[in-house]
Design a protein around this ligand. Structure first.
Ligand SMILES: [Zn+2]
Length: 422
């Protein structure tokens, strides 16, 4: 549960913080901060049992599962050091419930060393960036990067969103790095593997990401393209056109598989964990396909066509994105299936609520709130046969059949995919 909240926070920082603050960092406000005095006596280090099981280690999850390298290629001395530092990062986080400066330092040191060993490692935090670029930037710029690293840790520990990372852009863009993207890589738990712009159904790799400029020939990774092609078989052109960014990332296996979010210009970004979608043999799994359908349902229900910007009508269902129009799918869904239950849901909490109404939901996750119920039910509407009974659960699936355009979306997906894919 804790991890989910933290991941959600990372996502918020990574995906939502798109509003640009003016650069209000006056030179006179910058204390002369050096690497040494920022990271001295700020956090206690942590004692860990140094006999770490490689198989279940945090470092293996990062190095092998996320980046695709092999632990067995490292010398035993290096491997031991990396295992310990990643474990310390994890334990500090577990104890403090946020990333501390000390945790940042452990991770940055591993990243630095791996790069000197020839591995391509994305920038894992702003301390990592500062350390890496120290020789190439002025002392003032170096200090600013350290301050950003510190600000982000402090914002995290106070549970506030921050776009401090964006302040790094004028220093780091020239090296191929994006402040926004580095912010979402916090300590390698969630790693960005590629960021693309989407236009007319085609993806183009962004020039700025979290990898330092080396061979930036704007390559489109084969796996990223393969997943995008699958997305276009699932999401019809109308909704594809609402997506302007496509981000490939990865966290722990089957933790977060996909996400969508609205950007400042009201277009959408879709985030996919590439390691959760494709099996060893190269085929897509039904879990990944289902996730894409679920995420699309968020776009279908929460895009600008569905939202009334300035509405005070209290009878309409309100979401973070605004107030839904009267005829909006989710507004109708809400009034039919949730309005009379929402007070009870709030009162007794999801767990008890689900226990009581289990048979009315396609999955436990669907009982989180109306928008997740909408997306989960939509997923079942697409993958299941048309129900013939009149249970609440079936009514939720039948709900979508009253909209010919949604039946068309269902047909689009079922025609494009092979039957064993969904
Ligand atoms: Zn969802």
């Amino acid at each position: 549960m804790k991890l989910i909240r933290i991941l959600a926070l990372i996502l918020l920082i990574g995906l939502l913080s798109v509003s640009c603050k003016p650069d209000d960092l006056n030179q006179k406000d910058i204390k002369e901060e050096t690497y040494e005095n920022i990271y001295d006596n700020v956090d206690d280090d942590i004692e860990i049992n140094e006999n770490i099981d490689e198989e279940t280690s945090q470092f293996k999850s990062f190095f092998e599962d996320k980046l695709g390298y092999r632990l067995s290629d490292l010398s035993s001395e290096n491997k031991k050091e990396f295992l310990i530092k990643f474990e310390k990062n994890y334990k500090i986080r577990e104890k403090e419930d946020y990333y501390t400066k000390r945790a940042n330092l452990h991770i940055a040191e591993v990243a630095q060393k791996l790069r000197t060993l020839g591995y391509e490692i994305p920038m894992l935090n702003f301390l990592d960036v500062a350390m890496h670029l120290k020789q190439h930037i002025s002392a003032k710029e170096y200090n600013k990067l350290l301050k950003i690293a510190k600000d982000i840790v402090e914002a995290e520990s106070n549970y506030v969103d921050t776009d401090a990372g964006l302040e790094a852009d004028n220093i780091i863009n020239q090296f191929g790095l994006s402040g926004h993207a580095v912010s979402s890589n916090i300590n390698g738990e969630m790693v960005q593997l590629g960021l693309y712009s989407v236009k007319n159904g085609k993806i183009t790799r962004n020039t700025l990401d979290t990898y330092i400029d080396n061979d930036k020939t704007i390559k489109t990774d084969k796996i990223h393209q393969k997943i995008w092609d699958k997305i276009t078989q699932i999401i019809p052109p109308k909704y594809q056109n609402m997506i302007s960014k496509y981000e490939m990332g990865t966290d722990a296996m089957y933790n977060l598989t996909g996400a969508v979010d609205v950007l400042k210009d009201k277009s959408w970004i879709i985030w996919i964990d590439q390691n959760d979608l494709i099996e060893q043999n190269g085929s897509f799994n039904t879990y990944g396909i289902g996730t894409i359908i679920h995420e699309m349902a968020h776009i279908i229900s929460l895009n600008t066509e569905q939202i009334e910007e300035n509405s005070n009508d209290p009878t309409l269902y309100k979401v973070d994105e605004g107030t839904l129009k009267k005829e909006a799918y989710l507004n109708v869904f809400y009034h039919k299936f949730w309005e009379f239950l929402i007070a009870e849901h709030e009162k007794i909490g999801r767990e008890k609520f689900y226990k009581k109404y289990e048979k009315d939901f396609v999955t436990e996750y669907a009982s989180s709130n109306p928008r997740e119920d909408f997306s989960e039910s939509f997923r079942y509407f697409v993958i299941e046969k048309k129900p013939t009974d009149n249970s609440t659960l079936s009514q939720k699936l039948l709900f979508f059949y009253q909209y010919p355009e949604l039946v068309e979306v269902r047909n689009y997906i079922r025609t494009n995919l092979k039957e064993n894919e969904y």
